[in-house]
Design a protein around this ligand. Sequence first.
Ligand code: KG4
Ligand code: ZN
Length: 398
Amino acid sequence: MVTSEHSGLILGIESSCDETSAAVVRGGREVLSNVVASQLVHADYGGVVPELASREHLRAIVPVVREAMRAAGFEYRDLDGIAVTEGPGLAGALLVGITFAKAVAFAAEKPLIAVNHLEGHIHAVLMEAAKKFAEVSPLLALVVSGGHTHLYLAERAAEGAWSYRNVGKTLDDAAGEAYDKVAKLLGLPYPGGPWMDALAAHGDPNAVPFSFAQIKQKRSGRVPVKLARDRITQQDGVRFDLSFSGIKTAVRRYVELGQMRARIAAREDALRAADVFTAKPSDENARAEALRRLDGPTLDLIASFQASVTGYLTRTTMAAAEHFGAQGIVVSGGVAANRELRRRMTDSAAQCGLPIAFPSIGLSTDNAAMIAAAAWAKLAAGQFAEDTLEPTPQLRLG
Ligand code: KG4
Ligand code: ZN
């Protein structure tokens, strides 16, 4: 059995969506390598095409794992375990990572550890903020990405292990999905979240008054303002669910009323011709080209959308933290890279006197380091996967 004194060298493999990733992490924290191959084939389709994703994983998995092992400087025989994402995610995509992990575990005679992708996202923060949260529990964790928008109450259990209770989730689109759909509607490249984030600074966030009447917020109970730590163990039924379909519809209506469609189509053609669709917003030239093509009303719309969504996420997270007496906040997932969300969350947490942590930008989006980190406590506890492990596309956490 692996104990806390043991190094716990884990190879993590992640293939739940459109990133093929492998990482070697020691002791649940020390990232020795983290190789991420992002699939560019989906850019032309404005969303992930499952069949293409599986094929791309199949092409990338061997070189990505080989590179992760090489960069870490270890052989398979040095490992203490192989961790792999079990779900949630695309069945065919998960299958590639699981099959490969099983083969390595079998050949190298190492234990196989199944990891929930959502727990992985939370560990992307915990592994970096271990000192900050050493004595802090429970935490309120917002996992916000292209596939998920969940709020969890996370309580420290055994060493390195946490238990989770889902206290809120989106009732329709994930926040990242809303970003991507609105970006597509405005003729911007995929994935649209980082583009919207980069462009929002150039518009007026108060120009379009999106109200939260447009974003239905369902709660099955009253939200008390008093901190009540003992509520954590109570199943009081109060939830902090979210909805992003209203604001998406509001943007579509705004575009139609403003007769913006023709200009958007022309802009999309121009950006494709200028190769902006295959670039990232971190590319200065691509960003400058996009900015040159965008008019004032569209930039205002982008800024207002960003202010509205990040404000909504922040308010809901802080209300949940207050209700459940959380002692700290964790924000993770692709949308956690959003600058405005980081700013608002940091300000609100400071006002409430709560410590808050985000993953470094590289660990915000899907990666295998977070999977290997989440596997460490399972390795220490001897929680290994069966030989019959298969993908669970709808796997839940808490
Ligand atoms: O965690 P992730 O890599 O994959 C999923 O599990 O979904 O998240 C990808 C999502 C995409 O929807 C992308 O648009 C969004 O995260 N995203 C952002 C930003 N960076 C990535 N959304 C808003 N602002 C960003 N800076
Ligand atoms: Zn993810």
